[in-house]
Design a protein around this ligand. Structure first.
Ligand SMILES: C[S@@+](CC[C@H](N)C(=O)[O-])C[C@H]1O[C@@H](n2cnc3c(N)ncnc32)[C@H](O)[C@@H]1O
Length: 323
């Protein structure tokens, strides 16, 4: 039986389809090679307290399940598609991310490993004079770990998997301006005055006032993270992006900001409802010309009311569901 979307949010010809379902059922419904990019973060099996999902499978069950959903994801990816797979860990269980990456190994090629840096300290002396620092810098947010043996955990992995290991990327879409202009003529590919950012991405969490109200989910990533993944894959090449573990909809929000169609699933209605609201807000912010604005709950109702008008007709529903 064809799954019905829980909600569809549209803006012009773009749409975000949200499914309240197990992602395996959604994958089954999608035709092979129909999705350009998947940006996702599955449950890490670290005993995180989600609303309804129980994050405590045995190691063997968890890795078998990881292999199953990754195989399903590989089936729906286009031959030049990308799966950006974010996995966290905890100090007492440091192998999780690597184990999940291994589970993907028989289905996809590991093309890049990106380090999502959540917090970093840079000494003024090592930044160099051009940085203009007046003091040592410590930026970003992290969860402090009170331990004599473990370090504060300030990063997570983003594994970039592709069907053939040869997916072309728009490296300069995330380009970093050259510090020294003389390098522009010296290096090939430096014509636009920017160089490839590389595989260390500093993306702090947005500052929030109240966790329960402003980020009511225990394991989200900032929407700038999927935004960078989508731009790196190349926006011109993306018809549909997906997040099988939608949570609060960070990937959907990135898609709404960038004008990319989205399809996503989550088992939990509370999270999905929030994802829908945030996506509406992102579309509204884009329409108002403040696309970079972060959704805050206080601003949601008015914008959401405006966006509600744009909700979908069944014809558009069929178009995306039939991908
Ligand atoms: C790590 S969180 C994703 C958070 C998301 N990236 C965000 O920024 O909000 C994992 C999510 O997967 C959902 N989930 C767990 N098992 C699922 C399944 N089989 N199908 C769909 N969603 C599932 C959980 O409810 C949870 O919201």
């Amino acid at each position: 039986m064809l799954l019905k979307p829980y909600k569809i949010v549209t803006a012009g010809s773009q749409q975000c389809n949200f499914y309240l379902t197990d992602c395996l059922d959604l994958f089954k419904q999608l035709p092979a090679q129909s999705v350009d990019v998947i940006v996702t973060s599955p449950p890490y099996n670290l005993g995180i307290q989600y609303n309804s999902y129980s994050d405590t499978l045995s190691r063997a069950e968890y890795l078998a399940w990881s292999g199953t959903w990754i195989a399903a994801a590989a089936r729906v990816l286009r031959p030049d598609g990308s799966l950006f797979l974010n996995v966290g860990a905890k100090p007492t269980d440091p192998w999780t991310a690597m184990d999940v990456a291994q589970a993907a190994r028989e289905h996809l090629r590991l093309q890049n490993i990106i380090h999502w840096i959540k917090s970093i300290a840079i000494e003024r002396s090592s930044a160099g004079a051009a940085a203009g620092l007046t003091r040592d810098l410590a930026v970003g947010h992290y969860k402090p770990i009170n331990s004599e043996r473990f370090l504060n955990d300030c990063h997570e992995f983003i594994f970039h998997f592709t069907p053939q290991g040869s997916t072309g990327l728009d490296r300069l879409a995330l380009g970093v301006p050259y510090q020294d202009e003389s390098n522009i003529s010296r290096w090939r590919g430096a014509g636009e005055g920017v160089r490839c950012r590389g595989n260390t991405w500093f993306i702090p969490y947005e500052t929030i006032q109240r966790r329960d109200r402003d980020r009511p989910h225990p394991a989200t990533f900032p929407s700038r993270l999927p935004e960078q993944c989508l731009r790196l894959h190349g926006l011109k090449r993306i018809d549909v992006a997906m997040d099988p573990f939608t949570g609060l909809g960070s990937t959907a929000v990135a898609c709404a900001r960038l004008g990319v169609n989205f399809i996503g699933a989550d088992l939990d209605e509370t999270y999905l409802a929030e994802a829908v609201t945030r996506t509406r807000d992102a579309y509204a912010a884009r329409a108002a010309g403040t696309a970079g604005a972060t959704a805050t709950p206080a601003t949601l109702p008015a914008r959401a009311a405006r966006m509600r008008k744009a909700e979908l007709t069944s014809a558009a529903t069929k178009r995306l569901a039939g991908l």
